[in-house]
Design a protein around this ligand. Structure first.
Ligand code: T5A
Length: 209
């Protein structure tokens, strides 16, 4: 792939959406072409799946169904947006990717990791992000921030233990893949959060020269 694939991860309300514009601007200042996208979503079909995943339903959606829908959306997103842009030389900046599946469907819903890994290999082969910024903050901080916005979606209505498992899974993955996943302390003022992000971006840009 000619471009780099960068993902943003973290629990609810940690500031991914807020910081994605900052990251985009950082690359544009350096004349690096960048495309911003998100998961679940990023294409019309994947956005339709997102609506199903985030809406509240009378019927319960099982962890396994959630997992399959996430990867269906991801498969479409990869073939329509992520791979074509990387091949063209654009850098792709994605709000959440497969680490979120391990954290939410694995850590949160308790779907076995080997089921997730099986779909990861089916859908992505050995394709992984070049860099993942994990915005980490105590669960309570993120939830307070998330609740200041619009109506809560199906995930945001979960109990605190769910979000604690999500956070723990993310932190475990950062320990498992320290070269790829960089932890950003996201409970600080925005300026400090962006300073840490810029330090990581500087490294990946240097590595690309
Ligand atoms: N999901 C997703 C899965 O279960 N499995 C998967 O495989 C994938 C891909 C939707 C849901 O899908 C689930 C996880 C999610 O529940 P989403 O829309 O990306 O994914 O998720 P959310 O976490 O809901 O996104 P949010 O928009 O809620 O959170 P953000 O983007 O992290 O937070 P943001 O930037 O909107 O900030 C929230 C508030 O905090 C303020 C902002 O101004 C905003 O008001 N804020 C700060 N305030 C003070 N100090 C700072 N440093 C601040 N940074 C931001």
């Amino acid at each position: 792939m000619a471009g780099k694939f960068i993902t943003l991860e973290g629990g609810e309300g940690v500031g991914k959406t807020t910081n994605i514009e900052f990251i985009k601007e950082y690359f544009l200042q350096l004349n690096i072409p960048v495309v911003v996208t998100r998961e679940p979503g990023g294409t019309p079909i994947a956005e339709t799946l997102r609506k199903i995943l985030l809406a509240k339903h009378e019927e319960t959606i099982s962890g396994q169904t959630e997992l399959l829908l996430m990867f269906a959306a991801r498969s479409q997103h990869l073939s329509e947006v992520i791979y074509p842009n990387l091949k063209k030389g654009n850098w792709v900046l994605c709000d959440r990717f497969t680490d979120a599946t391990y954290a939410y469907q694995g850590g949160g819903r308790k779907v076995a990791d080997n089921k997730i890994a099986c779909l990861e290999n089916l859908v992505q082969g050995d394709f992984r992000p070049d860099l993942t910024l994990l915005l980490d903050a105590p669960v309570e901080v993120g939830l307070v921030r998330a609740k200041t916005r619009n109506e809560l979606d199906r995930f945001e209505m979960e109990q605190i233990d769910f979000f604690k498992s999500v956070r723990e899974t993310y932190l475990n993955r950062a320990k498992q893949y320290p070269e790829r996943i960089k932890i950003i302390q996201a409970d600080q003022v925005l300026e400090q959060v962006q300073k840490q992000i810029a330090e990581q971006l500087e490294q990946i840009v240097k590595g690309n020269d």
